[in-house]
Design a protein around this ligand. Structure first.
Ligand code: 2AM
Ligand code: CA
Ligand code: CA
Ligand code: CA
Length: 257
């Protein structure tokens, strides 16, 4: 979107939400408003869940109705600093099942698209997860958003870092959950896990990873639940299960809870 590219060059109007690293800009709010306005005109019966509408007090409740789940800017901290990893993420969910994902990285002009049963694409070209099946051969991604009212969140993060760093090929952090899932889908990263994110961080990415041939499960090994805030994406079932075995779990509150 042109708007986000233009705004990236300008001084940003930044507000703090729950804490000093939980940021929102007027661009996040404007993108979300524009997307909801355009989509609701086309689909007046559909429902919407958006990060910034939820922050403004609109209920985040998933029903069986067709629902668009929107993260207007994923990677707001990156956007605020001009670090180029941020994207717009739109997931479409029917009967509580994510069926379509559209992700756009404005600076890179990367468009990721996926529809259930129809494959995953990067700028129109089919993408596939990597062939990695062992943790010892894996490049994995983590995110570092561990500042929380619950000190245990940071403790678990460092325990997992301690366990994984000596055994994997490498660890990367992108600063955007959605871009990270896109990397897993296109084979650049082999796995990624989160314990306390939101539906808008996962709705589009989980379709992309699955359609690219990857595995999307709960980090404890169970079935993925979009509203749980928990996700483990991997290039293969073997790699996913090896990661599950090595992970210390975190079940603490999300910071909005
Ligand atoms: P956002 O930019 O839409 O807020 C950054 O590490 C990644 O984690 C981004 O995808 C960011 O989404 C998300 N994020 C931001 N705050 C978080 C928090 N407190 N817990 C978990 N994820 C968070
Ligand atoms: Ca945010
Ligand atoms: Ca997000
Ligand atoms: Ca966001």
């Amino acid at each position: 979107m042109q708007l986000v590219r233009e705004r990236n060059k300008q001084k940003k109007n930044v507000e703090e939400k729950l804490n000093a690293v939980d940021l929102v800009t007027e661009t996040d709010k404007e993108v979300e408003k524009r997307l909801i306005s355009a989509l609701s005109e086309k689909y007046p019966d559909h429902k919407f869940i958006g990060e910034e509408s939820t922050a403004d007090g609109i209920k985040c409740e998933l029903t069986s109705d067709p629902t668009w789940i929107i993260d207007p800017i994923d990677g707001t901290m990156n956007f605020v600093h001009g670090y180029p990893n941020f994207c717009i993420s739109i997931g479409y969910v029917v009967d509580k099942i994510p069926v379509m994902g559209v992700i756009y990285c404005p600076l890179q002009d990367w468009l990721f698209t996926a529809r259930k049963g129809c494959g995953a694409f990067h700028n129109g070209v089919p993408i596939h997860v990597s062939h990695t099946t062992e943790l010892s051969q894996a490049l994995i991604n983590i995110e570092t958003s561990v500042r929380s009212s619950d000190p245990n969140k940071m403790k678990v993060f460092f325990e997992n870092l301690n366990t994984l760093a000596p055994i994997v090929h490498g660890i990367r952090t992108a600063g955007s959950a959605v871009i990270t899932m896109s990397f897993v889908a296109m084979g650049g990263s082999d796995a990624y896990f989160e314990f306390a994110v939101h539906a808008w961080d996962m709705a589009a990415g989980c379709v992309l990873v699955t359609e690219a041939g990857g595995v999307v499960i709960d980090p404890a090994g169970g079935k993925f639940d979009l509203m749980s805030g928990r996700i483990l994406c991997a290039s293969s079932q073997d790699l996913a299960q090896e990661l599950v075995k090595n992970l210390k779990q975190y079940y603490g509150p999300r910071d909005d809870a």
